[in-house]
Design a protein around this ligand. Structure first.
Ligand SMILES: Nc1ncnc2c1ncn2[C@@H]1O[C@H](COP(=O)(O)OP(=O)(O)O)[C@@H](O)[C@H]1O
Ligand SMILES: [Mg+2]
Length: 296
C-alpha cells in the first residue's frame, strides 16, 4: 500500500507568550490519501491556517513556536528531512493557494517573472521560451483567453478573479502531489469564489492532485470534498466521509456549522454568504514569514 500523501499525527502547536506557551493545536491527526480531496472545516481561529503552514514548514523555524507530533509527506517525516530538501518541496511537490490572491502575488514583478520563478524551482535553468510556453498553457487551463497579455501584466493591473486564476495556475503548474487550499477566494466576491472552486476542482481531477481544502463554510465543502475533518478550538471533533457527515452529524459543533449552511436547491456550487467572515483574518497573516515566500 502506498503511503498517504499527507499524514499528520498528534500535532501540537503552541505560541510562546509573556506568561508561558499558549497552545492552539492540541494534538490533531489527519491524513490525505493519494488523489483524495479532504476538507478541514472550522470557524475562524480554530487552527486551520496554522495547520497548513506547518505542513509547508513555515512555522517550524519561528522562535515563538513550540511544535510536536509528526507530519509525513509521501511517507517521509518532514522533521527528519534535510531542511534544504524540505524547502525544495514548496511550490514543487506541495503548493498552496491563499485566501487573497492579489496580496499573495508580488506587486513589483510581472506575472511571467513570478511564473518563471515557480517553474525554476522544479526545473532549474529553464529558459524563457520554455517557461513562457508552459505558462501560457497553464493559464489557458484556468480559462484565461489572453495568456500572453496576462503574463506581461502586474498583479495590480488584473482583477481579483484573474489573479486568483493566475494563483491556481501557478500552484498547479509543477504538478504538485499535494495542494493546500486555504479558503481560496474568500477575499473575493461570491461569483469569483464559485468559479475558483470549479476551476480548482477540474484541475485537481485532471492531475489526480491530493488536496487539503480549508474552509469555514460547510456548503462549499459539500461540493468539493470526499472526506471532512471538523476542527474546533484546535481539536478535531469529528471526521468522516462528506456524505456521512452531512446525513448524520454527531458533534454538536458540526450540527451548529451545518445549521449555518444555506439550503441548497439543485446542483452546482451554492451561493456563498460569508461577508461576516471575509475580513476577520489579516490577509498577510502574521509577522515572521511571508506568503510571498512560497513563490520565492
Ligand atoms: N503567529 C502567531 N502568534 C500567535 N498566535 C497565533 C499566530 N498565528 C496564529 N495564531 C493563533 O492561532 C489560532 C489559530 O489560528 P489560524 O490557524 O490562523 O485560524 P483559522 O482556523 O482561522 O485559520 C488563533 O487563535 C490565532 O490567533
Ligand atoms: Mg485561516
Amino acid at each position: 500500500m502506498t503511503a498517504p500523501t499527507l499524514k499528520i499525527d498528534n500535532l501540537k502547536l503552541g505560541f510562546k507568550t509573556f506568561d508561558g506557551v499558549s497552545e492552539v493545536l492540541h494534538g490533531i491527526s489527519l491524513h490525505v490519501r493519494k488523489g483524495e480531496r479532504v476538507a478541514l472545516v472550522g470557524e475562524s481561529g480554530s487552527g486551520k491556517s496554522v495547520t497548513a503552514r506547518i505542513v509547508l514548514g513555515m512555522l517550524q523555524a519561528l522562535k515563538t513556536t513550540r511544535i510536536s507530533g509528526t507530519v509525513e509527506f509521501e511517507g517521509s517525516d518532514l522533521e527528519r528531512m534535510d531542511p534544504k530538501a524540505r524547502h525544495a518541496l514548496r511550490g514543487t511537490r506541495m503548493s498552496m493557494i491563499f485566501q487573497d490572491p492579489t496580496s499573495s502575488l508580488n506587486p513589483v514583478y510581472p506575472i511571467f517573472t513570478q511564473f518563471k520563478e515557480v517553474l525554476t524551482r522544479a526545473k532549474p535553468g529553464i529558459i524563457n521560451v520554455d517557461a513562457r510556453s508552459i505558462a501560457v498553457a497553464a493559464l489557458r487551463d484556468v480559462s484565461i483567453t489572453e495568456p500572453e497579455r496576462v503574463l506581461d501584466s502586474y498583479a495590480f493591473q488584473l482583477s481579483g478573479g484573474m489573479n486568483q486564476r493566475v494563483m491556481i495556475a501557478m500552484a498547479l503548474v509543477n504538478n504538485p502531489a499535494l495542494l493546500l487550499a486555504d479558503e481560496p477566494g474568500t477575499a473575493l466576491d461570491v461569483t469569483v469564489q464559485a468559479q475558483t472552486l470549479k476551476l480548482m476542482s477540474a484541475l485537481v481531477e485532471k492531475h489526480h492532485t491530493s488536496v487539503l481544502f480549508i474552509s469555514h463554510n460547510l456548503g462549499v465543502v459539500r461540493e468539493f470534498a470526499d472526506r471532512v475533518y471538523v476542527i474546533y478550538k484546535g481539536n478535531i471533533v469529528e471526521q468522516g466521509s462528506t456524505e456521512a457527515l452531512f446525513s448524520d452529524p454527531r458533534h454538536p459543533y458540526t450540527r451548529a456549522l451545518l445549521a449555518a449552511v444555506p439550503r441548497i436547491t439543485g446542483g452546482g456550487i451554492p451561493d456563498i454568504d460569508d461577508d461576516s467572515e471575509r475580513f476577520t483574518e489579516p490577509l498577510v497573516a502574521h509577522p515572521g514569514f511571508s506568503e510571498k515566500e512560497l513563490l520565492a
